[in-house]
Design a protein around this ligand. Structure first.
Ligand SMILES: Cc1ncc(COP(=O)(O)O)c(C=O)c1O
Length: 376
């Protein structure tokens, strides 16, 4: 199967490890198991001795009940059998496309977004139409344009809410309008929701499966719960055909997710409110640091994110984004992601949910680099 290189992942793979100030990362400051035990107040010794006593079988093929129940609590009214555990959200998106999309199907995806949402259907032979998101519109989709693209049939509409890289958040009202368009055309909606709950304001953030019978939510433990190392994600849907097709494929490419990982995830989700309180605190404090920096820094502008962990920051220098990022990385150790990884020019993606000091130092290094480039 031919597939285009995944630009953002290639970029991260190449530079992430050596970065002095990693302000490209999109997870909320990842935690160790020790920190997880501190945060949750659970008994580490009891947990470990019960885990170590378990025989390492395939475990629960459809997912550990406590893990599935923890996931269900993240939605309004979902049952465990409507959740399919996968290897991260990356595995979930891939699995969903391979299960649902046939050559010739029309798939609409927003752009910019995580490249899986358009490059995988493209590689499967789908006819992919891109729905551009523009800073002039707060990076929210133009629904008249979506309606036009949906004419003559569409199988699947791909959204990402909150959006990576822009941090835009579609409201329930906007999601409902998109649902009406999808319903008129009998289309599924896949919403990649790995940043859902990471909002700047309190309150429930609706999922597409709360709003649409043909909605498909993809999410994971990586961003919201700071546990990318356990590589666990899921597909959630109320649609029987989606669930059936995904389960058929799952026997071929996954069988089950690891029981060690699922046990850790179940523990984290049992205390989901505590992790969420920590992580909302981080994204809120850090966004205010980023926002103050953008206001002070003469060479940059942005649309302030409403949610998630990332922002697209535009600079006023005449230099392509890959060159900008490489030069800055080598000169200062500050590591951000080129906008060109998302088909966006003259901008970079900043991941602001890292630890506070790294963000402060990274932005300072970026200011020094911008000042020096503007002079030369
Ligand atoms: C929008 C989006 N979807 C999916 C993923 C993959 O996440 P996971 O670690 O759960 O595989 C990412 C990771 O950056 C992402 O930003």
């Amino acid at each position: 199967m031919e597939i285009k290189p995944f630009l953002v992942e290639e970029w991260m793979n190449q530079y992430e490890v050596g970065a002095r100030y990693n302000i490209a990362e999109t997870c909320v400051d990842s935690v160790s198991l020790d920190e997880l035990f501190q945060l949750t107040g659970e008994d580490k010794e009891a947990f470990l001795s019960s885990l170590c006593a378990r025989r390492l079988t395939y475990g629960d093929i459809f997912g550990q009940p406590a893990f599935l129940e923890g996931i269900c609590r993240l939605y309004r009214d979902l049952r465990p059998e409507q959740v399919i555990p996968t290897h991260g959200a990356a595995g979930a998106n891939h699995h969903l496309f391979c299960s649902l999309v046939e050559p010739g199907d029309k798939v609409i995806s927003v752009l910019p977004t995580y490249q899986q949402l358009y490059s995988i259907p493209d590689s499967l032979g789908a006819q992919v139409e891109l729905l551009p998101l523009s800073p002039d519109n707060g990076f929210l989709p133009d629904l008249a344009r979506l309606e036009e693209l949906a004419q003559e049939g569409v199988k699947l509409i791909c959204l990402n809410n909150p959006n990576n890289p822009t941090g835009a958040l579609m409201s329930q009202e906007m999601l409902e309008e998109i649902v009406s368009i999808a319903r008129r055309h009998g289309a599924y909606i896949l919403c990649d929701e790995v940043y859902r709950h990471l909002t700047q304001e309190d309150g429930y953030c609706p999922s597409i499966v709360d709003l649409y019978e043909k909605g498909i939510s993809v999410s994971s433990m990586s961003k919201v719960f700071s546990l990318a190392g356990i590589r666990l994600g899921w597909i959630a849907s109320r649609d029987p055909e989606v669930l059936e097709r995904c389960l058929i494929h799952r026997d071929y490419d996954l069988i089950s997710c690891g029981l060690l990982d699922e046990t850790v995830a179940a523990l984290a989700l049992k205390h989901g409110d505590k992790l969420l309180a920590r992580n909302r605190g981080i994204v809120r404090e850090n966004l205010s640091i980023l926002d103050n920096w953008v206001r002070r820094e003469p060479h940059v502008t942005y649309v302030k994110p409403q949610a998630g962990t990332t922002a697209l920051v535009y600079y006023d220098l005449d230099i392509p984004s890959y060159d900008f990022c490489k030069e800055m990385y080598h000169a200062t150790g500050a590591f951000v992601t080129p906008g060109d990884c998302f088909q966006q020019e003259r901008c970079v993606r900043v991941g602001y949910a890292c630890d506070r000091q790294t963000l402060v130092d990274g932005l300072e290094a970026m200011s020094a680099f911008l000042a020096q480039k503007a002079k030369s």
